[in-house]
Design a protein around this ligand. Sequence first.
Ligand code: FAD
Length: 447
Amino acid sequence: MVGAGFAGVECVRRLERRLSPAEAEIAMVTPNSYQLYLPLLPQVASGVLTPQSVAISLRRSRRYRTRIIPGGAIGVDTRAKICIIRKITGEVTEQAYDHLVLAPGSITRTYDIPGLTEHARGMKTLAEAMYLRDHVIAQLDLADASEDEAERAARLCFVVVGGGYAGTETAACLQRLTHHAVKRYPRLDPRQIRWHLVDLAPKLMPELGDALGKAALEILRRRGIEVSLGVSVAKAGATEVTLTDGRVLPTRTLIWTAGVAASPLIGTLGAETARGRLVVTPELTVPGASGVFALGDAAAVPDLASQEEGAICPPTAQHAQRQGRTLADNLIATLRHEPLSPYVHKDLGLVVDLGGTDAVSKPLGVPLRGLPAQVVARGYHWSALRTNVAKTRVLTNWMLNALAGDDFVRTGYRSSKPPTLREFEYTDAYLTPDQVRAHTAALRVAG
Ligand SMILES: Cc1cc2nc3c(=O)[nH]c(=O)nc-3n(C[C@H](O)[C@H](O)[C@H](O)COP(=O)(O)OP(=O)(O)OC[C@H]3O[C@@H](n4cnc5c(N)ncnc54)[C@H](O)[C@@H]3O)c2cc1C
């Protein structure tokens, strides 16, 4: 198993339950010892939740027996049936497999925009969420200390790109943070704080439908967030961002959430991809690669519940987790020489937490806004957390935050040279398909 996210952990837990130790030995390659509950990441950035509450231990399970290999897979040779792994020490090692499940998820999608990868930060990892929280509070501290009006204005201007749920929640939750934090800075005028949410699409979160998309837009605008649709970034720099409509925004903060791309591990296989995701059958097997399965954000899983011809499942936790179950059943069926089943799931809808009592959601097609939407959003996430400890931590954090608020302290996570998007997400760590083949060929010669 490669990856311990929604898809990988669900699959492994089911394999542990349904396969006896005599039937299979399970190994999981993962850089971290936790499963990250990504949908609650904006709440970590805004300080509503502690980082520990969304990092769910992989070792807290009654039936836990999987061998965890701490590192990242950097290449796969499907012919030699070898997965090449870089351990967290930097040592490169190989793991032979009979069956391989690829669930390495996705990375932030970037485009060829000058300055973007150097100056933008994403919202995909726990480190990025913690960094952004420190960074935003640091801007308030620095603006407060500055005598220079222009610097102060730039530090109080925040730009978020991406009008999907990740970007919208990030902008809304962080704006709430600065809105409350500024009360502790008597020298700062709250009207100087400006939040921009920018997206190339003509609508926010189109999957919510027109009415709820508009409701979300109204909530954001009421809270003073300037939403610019049909616009993207033309150029990014250390002290300003130029938009495609010609506006130049002096800012020290560019948060980029405009889409995801499959993990670069997929490219190392040299197999067929669709929109960058690994092509799989409805049974989640990889055509032409014996014993290999893939799922989650990294795979182009046919969406058999969709009316649209050739549709693939959207990259959501909802699908990833359920694909994990189907894949475990199909892997067991393969071992037992039984027929495989296709993955079919009808989307249950979307929940969007905009902080406080602001939310929009569409559970099972029912449009909700305000407090009822917030209850559904938090209830959904709470029930989806895997362990009782995580549930208790999240609930306690929510209550504590509602009662006592936030102290807006920087934890020192922000270093003088902040990591780039690539460094945060380790996107340069991978081999090319040729390097993979050369590596396994060298192993054969040595062996
Ligand atoms: C801010 C935000 C909010 C979101 N909100 C929602 C929501 O409300 N509802 C929803 O359904 N979805 C939401 N999503 C999307 C959802 O989180 C993803 O679709 C889901 O996490 C995909 O599951 P996955 O298992 O494929 O990947 P992930 O959960 O990302 O897991 C991938 C795992 O693989 C590991 N990994 C990566 N590369 C390697 C490697 N080379 N070797 C070994 N391990 C590797 C990673 O460390 C990680 O543990 C949100 C995403 C974000 C970023």
